[in-house]
Design a protein around this ligand. Structure first.
Ligand code: F6R
Length: 574
């Protein structure tokens, strides 16, 4: 959440060059954006990133915001500055003790409600009597929370960057250097990157950089390794109206790419993961949101293969899990930057647990923390909702289960995914009839329960309709009371007789059944046809049917789809 950029170059560049880079980070937050250059130009605006007034400069900072402290206003947009207007900074993270720090900054005039502005005033105060390194040292000592900060001082040739918790990387350009929240900001310009570790501070300018680590209450110089990174992604929507539908349409192709890579270049990684699983006393998946739903499916298929595993929601991990050095934690994360997951891993790594991961964004924090990491090969996902990454997480996890004997024919998967698109016309019609609903229920049993939850999450976040994904058998224990004449219930129906009983119970109370099924049954008033007869492809086809339904409901309602309200793609706060 929030994207930051700081660039210094030997050659002048335009303010809109930075804005273009910032656009590549827009998925991290799109409440407001801002830019400041060393030639004195500052612009901030609420809403999506747009071109700004052209200004030639040789250093600049930029930021896109996902609001945490303070509403979505121009005043709260970054960059923030101090009373003198000599210090500018952009920040990703939360300074949790900002109020305490603010109380000590007596006489300072604050113009925003943000925690970030406090940092600018802190440095204003500290730099009155200290040099920059001493001020940074003091900041590391007293600041609590998470931060990736890039700071520019008027008349100074350096940019100053600090990292604790939130991600930060440095790209080495032919004619300068750039700091950014992630490598995607600059991966079309350079393949050379340096990743900040915890509590690191860098002084960077057009000619070079120095790194320091805050350790034992001191700043100690450290040498850093340059990593060659390849992550091009794609920014084009092509002929599609939204990234969401483009990314759903990419699913057959990315699933095929993943399966091929698991059979070839990722085979050694998979073997290593197999060994870690075999050597562990306890296997726990840790994930959030859609990735958690994929993990639940993975657990189901691994259990079928005789491997005992559990899935735990990352934000609650510490409240539920006992971990020791015989535990293997498997993080599942599209972005590889989700703070709740990182927190869970950090705590447990300290207890000696081994870490494995399934990640989409290469070189991400979670991937770099892992003893072994499988890349899910979905490619850049721009829509805030996980679609193709979810499908590939499920493919990768089922492939892992197949290593333990849960045999499946993966070669048919791309075509089975393609089959879902034959239902697109019907799904569009259904979407029209559902767009005015206030509540939708989705039921599934066994492996279709995580799918029901995933469809519900998609409907909530993209179509703005309250939705609940439930185990079919649980309805009669309470929720059935909410079923009235016409209440829509999407039922995921394979060959289990029990789910039919649940459907009949709903119908008896006037509920409107929309079956997602591979069966012909005249009792279903409306249905979306699934071609698969086996569990794994059924789970994927049903999930995609849910993604398409969600997309077309949101389109009918004229909603923003790729950038829905209140959310951001990379959730880097707790
Ligand atoms: C929903 C969605 C989120 C993410 C969750 C975890 O469509 O995208 O629920 O799944 O925020 O994110 P990652 O997978 O990046 O850890």
């Amino acid at each position: 959440m929030c994207g930051i950029i700081g660039m210094a170059s030997k050659h002048e560049f335009g303010s809109n060059d930075i804005i273009k880079m910032l656009k590549r980070l827009e998925y991290r937050g799109y409440d407001s954006f801002g830019i400041v250059t060393d030639k004195g130009m500052m612009e901030k605006e609420v809403g999506e990133i747009k071109p700004v007034k052209e200004n030639r400069c040789s250093m600049a900072l930029a930021h896109c915001r996902w609001a945490t402290h303070g509403g979505v206003t121009r005043e709260n947009a970054h960059p923030h500055t101090d009373c003198t207007g000599n210090i500018f900074l952009v920040h990703n993270g939360i300074i949790s003790n900002y109020q305490e720090l603010k109380n000590k900054l007596v006489g300072h005039k604050f113009t925003s409600e943000t925690d970030t502005e406090v940092i600018a005033h802190f440095f204003e105060e500290s730099l009155k009597t200290n040099d920059i390194k001493s001020s940074v040292l003091e900041f590391f000592r007293i600041a609590q929370g998470e931060f990736a900060i890039v700071m520019m001082l008027k008349g100074d040739k350096n940019l100053y960057a600090l990292k604790r918790g939130s991600p930060l990387s440095l790209g080495l350009l032919d004619d300068g250097n750039v700091l950014a929240s992630d490598i995607y900001a600059f991966s079309d310009k350079t393949e050379k990157a340096i990743f900040f570790n915890e509590d690191e501070f860098a002084i960077m300018n057009k000619d070079g950089y120095e790194f320091y680590k805050f350790l034992d209450n001191m700043l100690k110089p450290v040498s850093k390794e340059i990593t060659v990174v390849k992550w091009s992604g794609t920014e084009e929507k092509n002929h599609f109206d939204h990234y969401m539908i483009k990314e759903i349409n990419e699913e057959p192709e990315v699933a095929e790419r993943l399966i091929n890579s698991l059979r070839t270049e990722q085979k050694p990684g998979l073997e290593k993961l197999k060994e870690l699983i075999q050597g562990a006393k306890r296997i726990v998946f840790v994930a959030s949101g859609s990735s958690y739903h994929a993990a639940l499916l993975g657990v189901y298929f691994l259990n079928k293969a005789g491997v005992e595993a559990h899935a735990v929601i990352a934000s609650e991990f510490r409240n539920f899990y006992l971990v020791d050095d015989k535990t293997l934690l498997i993080a599942v994360s599209q972005s590889g930057e989700t703070m709740d997951v990182i927190e869970a891993l950090h705590g447990m790594k300290a207890k000696g647990a081994k870490i494995a991961s399934l990640v989409n964004v290469p070189y991400s924090t979670i991937q770099r923390m892992s003893n072994v990491s499988i890349n899910i090969e979905a490619g850049q996902e721009i829509c805030v909702a996980a679609t193709k990454s979810f499908v590939n997480q499920v493919v990768a996890l089922t492939y892992l289960a197949s290593v333990f004997g849960y045999e499946k024919d993966f070669s048919k998967i791309p075509d089975e995914i393609r089959d879902v698109f034959s239902q697109e016309g019907k799904i569009k019609q259904l979407a029209k009839s559902l767009k005015g609903e206030k509540d939708i229920y989705i039921i599934g049993r066994g492996y279709l329960y995580p799918v029901a939850r995933e469809i519900a999450l998609k409907i909530k976040e993209i179509s703005y309709i309250h939705a609940e994904g439930m185990m079919g058998g649980e309805l009669k224990h309470g929720t059935l009371a909410l079923i009235e004449e016409g209440t829509p219930v999407i039922a995921l129906i394979d060959n289990k007789p029990e789910i039919i009983s649940n459907v009949m119970e709903i119908k008896a109370r006037g509920g409107r059944i929309i079956a997602v099924t591979n069966r012909d049954d005249e009792r279903f008033q409306e249905s979306i046809r699934i071609s698969a007869h086996n569990k794994f492809p059924f789970s994927i086809e049903a999930s995609i049917a849910g993604q398409l339904l969600t997309y077309y409901i949101a389109k009918e309602k004229g909603l923003p789809i790729d950038k829905v309200r209140n959310l951001a793609k990379s959730v880097t706060v707790k």
